[in-house]
Design a protein around this ligand. Structure first.
Ligand code: PLP
Length: 412
């Protein structure tokens, strides 16, 4: 099956050449540059097929067996399969697969456990907390009283002592652990212990590592957290969307927090695509993939350090690396711009020390393409060459095109 049957069949081209060109252009961009954005991946042709299916047309407010619309028999089966697969994959008593995004999942988790004005402890945004962890620009910061913990300036590791002290003095109703940029495993047992000590709920926002969890390459937060929030589109390699896992006793509160409290009709095509992705993630091949993602990130981190970048925490346990390019004579924003021109697509991020911006990159997408340690070494050399000014941008762009060309994300 082709990835974009409509384009292949010239269907969209005949009806709407303007959009056909845009979609083809994006497919071309993804295939000829390197996607090093830590939150991105290439979902499979099967996942994309489910996304483009007529389930997209179906209204299905409510839950299987209790819908507010007729004609939901098949949608119900799709959602039950997705829920059963998610529960089995992560060992969870309950799964809600309706959250439209990771942020919607976090919103629902808060809605299930908290009241406006409650105190919540979470990793501060300057240290890698997500917008939903108390940003003043987000509902979380406006409706709850967020207290931020940090990482140690020297090591870049989560400051456990500060977490415990803040929990004891501020008595939060919930503690959130999870990050958009933390490269190490999170000690869920530690957070559970602190939450128990102060009588707080523990919310694990595992949007990034949940795919590694599925492949057995990262610790599972499910046994520790009251609620686990996740995305399905990062390392997990499914469709863009969210998911919530919890124990049976919170199931009803979580389900009501998603629908009808924070969302309307479920996106059934996405839920079907989530089911497909969970099916893929349960295979031995996905476990191999998840471990290769980490092996690749370790090599990439070590090579970047050898080139002179300062790698936060000295390495990584996951798919994610953050690094300060300052020793090469460039700040994070300049580095990102120059690398983008060379076809190396990545993000800026906060650094544990000072106000300077660093670089955040990940290996989920390039590993899906089939790249291994040798390619990581090549990418590190290219990246450093561009930042040091020893490789011309045009030359680097050609090399990126050639490297990417050997590992097409969607081979024909
Ligand atoms: C990606 C991410 C989210 C949000 O996911 P969206 O689908 O972009 O809303 C929330 N929390 C964390 C920790 C994330 O990494």
């Amino acid at each position: 099956m082709t990835v974009t049957p409509a384009i292949e069949a010239d269907l969209l081209r005949r009806q709407d050449p303007e959009l056909a060109d845009i979609l083809l252009g994006e497919r071309e961009r993804q295939a000829t540059t390197l996607q090093l954005i830590a939150a991105e991946n290439f979902s499979s042709p099967a996942v994309l097929a489910a996304l483009g299916s007529p389930l997209a047309n179906k209204y299905a407010e409510g839950y299987p067996g209790a819908r507010h619309h007729g004609g939901c028999e098949i949608a119900d089966v799709a959602e039950r399969v997705a829920v059963d697969r998610a529960r089995a994959l992560f060992g969870a008593e309950h799964a809600n697969v309706q959250s439209h995004s990771g942020s919607s999942a976090v919103l629902a988790a808060y809605a299930a456990l908290l009241r406006p004005g409650d105190t919540v402890l979470a990793l501060g945004l300057p240290y890698g907390g997500h917008l939903t962890h108390g940003s003043p620009a987000n509902f979380s910061g406006r409706w709850f009283d967020f207290v931020g913990y940090g990482v140690e300036a020297e090591s870049g590791l989560m400051d456990h002592e500060q977490v415990r002290t803040l929990a004891r003095t501020r008595r939060p109703k919930a503690i959130v652990c999870g990050s958009i940029a933390y490269p190490r495993h999170i000690d869920y047992a530690f957070f559970r212990d602190v939450a128990d000590e102060v009588g707080a709920y523990l919310v694990a926002d595992a949007a990034h590592p949940i795919g590694l969890v599925a492949g057995g390459a990262a610790p599972n937060p499910v046994p520790y957290a009251d609620i686990v929030c996740a995305t399905t589109h990062k390392v997990l390699r499914g469709p863009r969307g969210g998911m919530i896992l919890c124990r049976a006793e919170l199931a009803e509160r979580v389900d009501r927090a998603v629908f009808p409290f924070t969302q309307g009709g479920a996106q059934m095509h996405t839920i079907a695509a989530k089911a497909v992705a969970f099916g893929e993630a349960a295979t031995p091949a996905f476990a191999v993939y998840a471990h290769q993602v980490v092996a690749n990130a370790r090599v990439l981190a070590a090579r970047l350090a050898a080139e002179g970048l300062v790698v936060t925490t000295g390495g990584t346990d996951t798919h994610l690396i953050t690094a300060d390019p300052a020793p090469l004579g460039v700040d994070g924003r300049t580095a990102r711009r120059r690398l983008a021109a060379a076809g190396l697509v990545l993000d800026c991020c906060a650094l544990p020390h000072g106000d300077a911006r660093g670089l955040r990159l990940g290996t989920a997408a390039v590993t899906t393409q089939g790249m291994g340690e040798a390619e990581m070494a090549r990418i590190a050399k290219l990246l450093a060459g561009v930042l040091k000014g020893v490789t011309e941008t045009a030359r680097a762009r050609e090399e990126v095109r050639e490297l990417a060309g050997g590992f097409p994300p969607y081979p024909r």
